[in-house]
Design a protein around this ligand. Structure first.
Ligand code: NIG
Ligand code: FE
Length: 398
């Protein structure tokens, strides 16, 4: 990976000029800099990138950052031989987090989320997508979305929110999944759209989640209410959820270990991003690999997310995910970096504003004490982050 101005990495001698929080000029030689100094005023930050590695601020395009309770006991049950599906069917899994999350106040949810957020920030994140999905009533889903957005008042971070009311069938609807989908499409989605509480709608399309038909009803409602679409699809089996999501011009389909070639082609022809979640793959000891080579050859952009959640990916570090994407899925370090910058931006519908070092893009950047960008994927535990820049304002990282 050679540093160069291709929209992702700055070239070596390079000066970024930031005005109003946006990248206003990218200068590559001394003459350009002299010309600039003639008309520059003190309040325009000029950032010298010489001898430093700067990347776009990292973007985590898939988290379940807001939740209460712990699933450590379930981890132990899995080590004793119970499967994720068996735990879900016996009332544990997602529904045990639903119980704890329903009991928590919005303030408690924010408090619980802050240490996880701090860890993601230390790994270089400037934007994070956060899903609901552990409330499963109108009030509790709204509480989760408000808690997610409230994080912006506590830390310098951009949060996008996704409604995942169709995560699992809640206990009060046991055996009545279609009735629950009526509630999601008829009550929750209209309310969330009306009050602009979420940017997108997601569905867990799976045997332990919702059928293809139910998923379609949720997508139709999301479309009707002007919300973007995302999917938890092809995680444990191939139900065709990814191809369906792509037909609806979904921003992304996520997990996709069981995606087939028909699905890959559907993503390619509809501009849908494939979001890889290596943390869940690792934690569930999955053996089915996502179809990386087909995604590459069809030119489908691959994003990488932490999927931070208490059940299948309790990992609050995006650099760890970059490393896992390389070691487990054989992505190159360059693909991995694009996966958490420009492709992650596309996965959350923000690719016109963030995820690249490009004129007119928001100056959300990460400055690293490393010699080469590959180090971001190569090492883990020594973050290397030295500065975060959010909309042009610089914050030192200790
Ligand atoms: O992305 N797949 C479904 N949802 C989450 C898991 C949530 C949980 O187990 O609490 C995921 O893996
Ligand atoms: Fe997830």
């Amino acid at each position: 990976m050679e540093p160069g101005i291709d929209g992702y990495l700055p070239s070596k001698p390079c000066t970024l000029v930031i005005r109003g929080g946006y990248i206003n000029a990218i200068l590559q030689n001394e003459n350009e800099l002299d010309t600039l100094h003639r008309d520059i005023t003190d309040d325009v930050p000029v950032f010298d990138c010489k001898d430093k590695i700067i990347t776009p601020g990292l973007i985590d395009p898939h988290t379940h950052l807001i939740f209460a309770g712990s699933r450590a006991q379930e981890f132990e049950n899995r080590l004793n031989g119970m499967s994720y599906e068996a735990i879900a069917k016996s009332g544990g899994g997602i529904n045990s987090t639903v119980k704890a999350t329903r009991e928590a106040s919005i303030e408690e949810l924010v408090e619980l989320a802050l240490p996880r957020l701090d860890s993601l920030i230390r790994s270089g994140c400037t934007t994070i997508e956060v899903k609901s999905g552990y409330g499963l009533t109108l009030d509790d889903e709204v509480k989760m979305l408000l808690a997610a957005k409230a994080l912006e008042n506590h830390r310098r971070i951009n949060i996008t929110t996704t409604l995942l009311a169709a995560h699992t069938v809640p206990p009060e609807f046991h055996g009545r999944a279609d009735d629950y989908i009526d509630y999601v499409t008829g009550t929750i989605i209209p309310h969330v759209a009306k009050h602009q509480l979420a940017d997108a709608v997601d569905v867990f399309c799976e045997s332990v989640g919702f059928t293809l038909e139910q998923t379609k009803r949720v997508f139709l409602a999301a479309k009707e209410h002007g919300l973007a679409i995302k999917g938890h699809t092809e995680q444990l089996s191939n139900l065709g959820g990814s191809a369906l999501a792509a037909e609806f011009k979904a921003l992304s389909v996520d997990h996709i270990e069981y995606l087939d070639d028909v699905g890959v082609r559907a993503l390619a022809s509809n501009g849908t991003v494939a979001s890889l979640l290596p943390g869940a793959f690792y934690f569930l000891r999955e053996t089915q690999q996502p179809p990386i080579q087909s995604l590459r050859s069809e030119g489908v952009p691959m994003a990488i997310g932490s999927d931070l959640n208490p059940g299948t990916s309790p990992f609050a570090n995006l650099q760890l995910m970059m490393n896992m994407a390389c070691t487990l899925f054989r992505l190159t370090p360059e693909e991995s970096l694009r996966g958490v910058t420009c492709h992650a931006a596309k996965a959350i519908g923000q690719d016109q504003h963030i995820g690249q070092i490009k004129l007119g893009y928001r100056a959300d950047l990460a400055v690293w004490n490393i010699d080469h960008p590959s180090e971001l994927s190569y090492q883990f535990g020594m973050s290397g982050l030295s500065k975060r820049i959010i909309a042009g304002s610089v914050e030192d990282v200790r």
